[in-house]
Design a binder for this molecule. Sequence first.
Ligand SMILES: C[S@@+](CC[C@H](N)C(=O)[O-])C[C@H]1O[C@@H](n2cnc3c(N)ncnc32)[C@H](O)[C@@H]1O
Length: 258
Amino acid sequence: MIKWTKKNCFTVDGVEFKAIPLGLGNQQSTPERFIFQKSLWVVERYEKLISQLKPKAIFELGIWCGGSAVFFQRLAQAKKLVTLDITEQRVEALDQYIEANQLHNTLKPFYGVDQGDVARLRQIVRDEFDDGMLDLVIDDASHFVDQTRNSFNALFPLVKPGGVFVIEDWSWAHGKHDGPEDFAAFYPNHAPLTTLIFEIILACPSTGDYIEKIEIDKNSATIWRGTAPIKADDFDIAQCCLSRGRALLAQQEDDVCV
Ligand SMILES: C[S@@+](CC[C@H](N)C(=O)[O-])C[C@H]1O[C@@H](n2cnc3c(N)ncnc32)[C@H](O)[C@@H]1O
């Protein structure tokens, strides 16, 4: 349970978190206080989601200062939480927290892993989760289309029916929400992540019951897994929309390339 102590600080079971909307400045977590890159309303949205879903098997992408991994593990009392980052540099405070709380088998960070590496992600799930299935995936890593799509293709088929896949910051090319005035100035050489969000929306009716529903807010797309089994090996969300949706995506791709 979250207890707010200041406007942007809160505790979960005695561990303090400082939430900041963007990863600005040279912030460092300590084992007593973890830095966490989320807006306050997003923290509250996760509190509701966790209390509804009660996830025990969680896969997070994007460690940064380690705060979100500790937050999800503590709030959900997860049986297993894996988190990964492309950075090789370990987060010392996270290692100290794992050691102090004897969480070696519960909270497992992987460094130097690219979220776009489908085979590696699937191998990690096979190695780390008893039944090879997940309740909750949170993708807060690159926010680039190809890498994020690869992670979705790798992990969404492994989400249990009724489970959830969250893609954070899908709107970086469009919104002004908690960031600077001109979000479009971010990543000028990258296609908006919106392309992937459109693919997922169009796949929802096209695939029958791969996807139960999608909730979109200005920060995240929350995708609820339906009951139809997905053949993991060749799953590609970009190939999952029926023809009339495909024409809409082709138009979108043309716009990006101009
Ligand atoms: C927005 S930060 C994560 C914030 C953290 N989840 C939190 O809430 O405090 C994004 C992280 O993704 C990592 N990242 C960027 N590209 C990546 C990639 N291709 N694969 C894995 N991690 C990546 C960055 O190194 C960075 O630590």
